[in-house]
Design a protein around this ligand. Structure first.
Ligand code: LRH
Ligand code: MN
Ligand code: MN
Length: 424
């Protein structure tokens, strides 16, 4: 264990009076206070295994030191995050960046930290050393049936790893696309993708799901075969009830109204879940809430309203995951900030006066609607989240405890300065 519970308790004790003052102030105006706190307590966000090392760019990578060298060490890092925030109780693996060759042993390490396995991710966007055919021109959409077969088999192997770990969803993101007009027949590429996904779908166990992620560009710059939510939804509808659309916040062209997409996918029962991050320009994978926290709030406002309308449990009905990683911050600190930003947006959305908003919408009162939304958005909900964490046994100030315990220096001593976690 990287973080002893007694150290968290000591730190909480020191902050206790200040926290109580701040909590009482905001709590006084919250209707259904207990229900709100309980919902925040129940809300967890999965951590991607590839975010625990310092991310690189195509120009370089600067290790922060003490990065996890093995899957066990990645799990240990997520364990530290979860011990502090009590909101990160699962890890999402990317195969073959992570190879859980001994599933029982890996499961035991995870259980020791109170963690389970979220969706497993396949990878057909890079060539691996022992691979016979190349994905240079795509994978599931490839013009050559043999390449498609290899990519299908990889996805089926990923499902098998996931089954052994107790996961129940396969997340598929394809880099497949083209960089020049004329390079690709769009219809053939789409049909090939559908047929390949149908083969993968047929291999899903009874209680499994497949999540189809979309992205408009990168690594290809003219077309992406699953380029937007419409193309993903088309595939998901053709595949069947186990398939749905995964929304990665960074996978939209600038200024796209993501909250509207989310609302309609939810309405159709086809919202798989999220890869949370933030962006200024494209697939920047910046810390959640670092650029546009209002957009995040508006997304959560749609989620809370739409899930309540459909009777869906907020915490468990869809997949909640972070997909953010970059080259400046300590990855553990970055992930603590991302989880906090998500919980802030969620808590603010829980405070929206839905009855009043409905009335404002029905009477076309745009001024009142804005006041209602922004009253919730401008509430400082951090003491509510801290209280929920406290009740779960976590830290009032996770980042503060992480820094005061000097966790990173200890990791550097143990793992070394020049570590390279597997991943991007
Ligand atoms: C692609 C993506 C996808 C991958 C991850 C590493 O940009 O968002 O989810 O699996 O990054
Ligand atoms: Mn993603
Ligand atoms: Mn991405």
């Amino acid at each position: 264990m990287l973080i002893e519970k007694s150290r968290i308790d000591e730190a909480n004790h020191q902050l206790s009076n200040k926290h109580q003052r701040q909590f009482d102030y905001v709590a006084a105006d919250v209707k259904n206070l207990d229900e709100v706190i309980q919902k925040i307590q129940a809300f967890n966000i999965a951590i991607p295994s590839w975010a625990l090392g310092t991310g690189g760019t195509r120009f370089g990578r600067f290790s922060g030191g003490g990065e996890p060298r093995t899957l066990e060490e990645k799990i240990e890092d997520v364990g530290a995050i979860h011990a502090l925030n009590k909101s990160s109780n699962s890890i999402s693996l990317h195969i073959p960046w992570d190879i859980p060759s001994n599933a029982d042993a890996i499961k035991a390490v995870a259980a020791h930290h109170g963690l389970r396995f979220d969706a497993v991710n396949s990878n057909t966007f890079q060539d691996q050393k022992d691979q016979s055919l190349s994905y240079k021109f795509g994978s599931l959409h490839h013009s050559d049936k043999a390449v498609r077969k290899q990519a299908v088999e990889h996805n089926i192997e990923v499902i098998k790893y996931g089954v052994e770990l107790g996961s129940n969803a396969l997340s598929v993101w394809l880099a497949d696309g083209s960089s020049f007009p004329g390079q690709l027949n769009f219809r053939n590429a789409f049909q090939n993708t559908l047929e390949s996904l149908q083969e993968i779908y047929a291999a899903l166990p009874q209680d499994w799901k497949v999540w189809v992620e979309y992205k408009p560009y990168e690594p290809y710059f003219y077309s992406t075969t699953i380029g937007d939510w419409g193309q993903s939804l088309l595939l998901a509808n053709k595949l069947g009830p186990k398939a749905s659309t995964l929304v990665d916040l960074g996978h939209h062209l600038p200024n796209t109204n993501i909250e509207q997409i989310v609302s309609l996918l939810l309405m159709e029962g086809k919202l798989a879940g999220f890869h949370f991050n933030d962006s200024k320009y494209g697939d920047d994978d910046l810390t959640v809430g670092s650029i546009n926290p209002y957009q995040l709030f508006l997304i959560f406002n749609e989620l809370v309203e739409g899930m309540d309308a459909r009777g869906m449990a907020h915490a468990t009905s869809i997949g909640w995951m972070i997909d953010a990683s970059h080259n400046v911050k300590d990855p553990i600190e970055d992930l603590l900030q991302s989880v906090e930003a998500i919980k802030i947006a969620y808590a603010q959305a829980l405070l929206v006066d839905t009855a009043a908003l409905k009335q404002a919408q029905e009477s076309n009162d745009a001024v009142a609607a804005q006041e209602i939304l922004q009253a919730a958005y401008r509430t400082d909900v951090r003491p509510l989240i801290a209280e929920a964490r406290l009740r779960e046994g976590g830290a009032l100030n996770p980042l503060g405890v992480y820094r005061s315990l000097d966790v990173r220096s200890n990791l550097i001593k143990e793992r070394g300065q020049n570590t390279v976690a597997t991943g991007l």
